[in-house]
Design a binder for this molecule. Structure first.
Ligand SMILES: Cc1cc2nc3c(=O)[nH]c(=O)nc-3n(C[C@H](O)[C@H](O)[C@H](O)COP(=O)(O)OP(=O)(O)OC[C@H]3O[C@@H](n4cnc5c(N)ncnc54)[C@H](O)[C@@H]3O)c2cc1C
Length: 457
């Protein structure tokens, strides 16, 4: 490569800005000359969407605290950052992107980092396509700010219906409860997505103990409205009054602007880049607009998480500028917590669910073990339940889920390490883990859980 390379990044958040900065750092090392332009249709850049529910709950004072790097800081680093610039089309032959304002911008290397906006179904929308008053997702800083206003205006006795019991739904329910609002959580399945039902039930118990209503198998069919304002939510033969409705039913990759390029998309509309972020000649992608490779069963999965977006974006930026960094895939690890009204629960998982393990080439055996987060005689000791699944034939550890009190959740990281190395359930049971009474029993509960499964294989 000689001369200057024009890099155009579409999307200025976790994946896009990680890629842009890493590309510039690596280019210094490799002696390449990059002109990096980043386009984003929004007003914000490099913020932690992950922190928005905690801002809504009152743990974070201001939305500004969630901004890791301002637009000005990016520009000072030499990036031509253009906010309020939506890309509506791409020509791979011409190597140009077209913006909503009618501009054509040429590139040598294109980075797609457009993320995955929240799904807002038609029942939540007015005829003009905008959500009814009091209804919205939790996705962007603007959403967070709108929810703070709505919570404040709603006042005492107001009722919030949260549609969806994934991580965002649970965190939104926590925020509403901690703001003193009544809460109903509706979920169309048997519980928290990505958890086994029996682990999910433990989360539902905590939500109920905190005063929330949790309704399983509730597929929302419509809203009741008074003019533009929501007044209720309907599903099956049932309804609840609602002053506010949080729509937390998932996200969908923002890849519509690639229509006509011939770039292959998965069933959910995601790109499938390799570990370096390559999609096609001169086209790269990372973050929520992509699926990631799950190492355990070597399958593609759509896991829109910031932890992947940052790591994959960095590998992409390095590779684009001549480096060799690679994003090595995931073992499907994630975590959240529910803390409201004297309830505190950490919720985490890694690896496969029983259904995923059964669908693959495994012969899964699973078991739930109950224990405590510290030695039983210590005041810190909180209940914890650990679900473990392993393969009968190979003894390979396949998955671990954790629901419990303070200190429970990050235990999943130990299991993630074993999964990463394709270790067995015996490896997990025998690891040299730190022990002192405030932190665990002499046998940590995750090891007891692994040992019990090992004994059944
Ligand atoms: C409430 C909430 C809580 C979360 N909590 C966690 C957590 O605890 N842990 C975790 O790992 N992850 C969490 N996530 C997920 C995490 O925030 C995302 O995975 C991460 O932001 C993805 O980064 P990204 O850069 O791929 O996409 P995004 O952050 O969505 O950025 C994409 C950018 O592209 C822009 N864009 C899209 N289309 C166009 C276009 N056509 N033209 C120009 N610009 C465009 C958008 O405006 C946006 O700024 C959470 C997300 C939410 C919403």
């Amino acid at each position: 490569m000689s001369g200057r390379t024009r890099v155009v990044v579409v999307g200025a958040d976790a994946a896009g800005m990680s890629a842009a900065h890493q590309a510039m750092r690596t280019a210094e090392r490799t002696g390449r000359h990059l002109d990096v332009t980043v386009l984003d249709r929004g007003r914000h850049t490099s913020y932690s969407a992950c922190g928005i529910p905690f801002w809504m709950a009152g743990d974070v004072a201001s939305g500004d605290d969630l901004v890791a790097r301002t637009a000005e800081q990016h520009r000072q680093a030499g990036i031509d950052l253009r906010l309020g610039t939506e890309v509506v089309g791409v020509s791979l032959d011409e190597r140009t992107v077209a913006t909503a304002a009618g501009e054509e911008i040429g590139y040598d290397e294109l980075v797609v980092a457009t993320g995955a906006p929240a799904v807002v179904p038609s029942w939540a929308l007015r005829p003009d396509g905008t959500p009814y008053d009091g209804v919205g997702p939790v996705k962007t800083l603007d959403d967070g700010s709108a929810w703070l206003d709505r919570f404040a205006e709603a006042g005492d006795g107001a009722h919030v219906v949260v549609v969806g019991a994934g991580y965002v739904g649970i965190e939104a329910a926590e925020a509403a409860l901690r703001r003193g609002l009544g809460v109903t959580v509706l979920t169309r399945g048997r519980g928290l997505a990505l958890l086994e039902d029996e682990m999910s039930e433990r989360v539902a118990l905590a939500l109920r103990a905190a005063g929330a209503e949790v309704v399983l198998d509730a597929e929302v069919t419509g809203l009741d409205v008074d003019g533009d304002r929501v007044t209720g939510v309907r599903w099956g033969d049932e309804r609840r009054d609602a002053d506010l409705v949080v729509v937390a039913i998932g996200v969908r990759p923002a890849t519509g602007f690639l229509a006509g390029t011939g770039l292959p998309l998965s069933r959910v509309g995601a790109l499938r880049p390799d570990g370096h972020g390559r999609v096609a000649d001169g086209v790269w992608a990372a973050g929520d607009c992509c699926e990631v490779r799950r190492r355990i069963d070597d399958s593609w999965v759509f896991r829109p998480l910031g932890t992947h977006a940052n790591k994959h974006g960095r590998a992409l930026g390095d590779s684009l500028a001549g480096g060799t960094l690679e994003f090595p895939g995931v073992v499907d690890t994630s975590i959240t917590r529910f803390a409201a009204c004297d309830q505190y629960l950490e919720i985490a998982r890694t690896g496969l669910t029983l259904a995923e393990a059964s669908a693959g080439s495994f012969d899964p055996v699973c078991l739930t073990t109950e224990g405590t987060t510290a030695s039983g005689y210590m005041p810190e000791a909180d209940p914890v339940a650990i679900w473990v699944v392993a393969d009968r034939t190979t003894r390979r550890l396949l998955g671990v889920q954790v629901v419990g009190g303070r200190g429970a959740g990050k235990r999943v990281d130990v299991a993630a390490g074993v999964l990463w190395r394709c270790g067995t359930v015996d490896d997990l049971a025998r690891l040299d883990l730190a022990y002192a009474p405030p932190f665990s029993a002499a046998w940590d509960v995750v090891q007891i859980a692994a040992r019990r499964v090992a004994e059944r294989l």
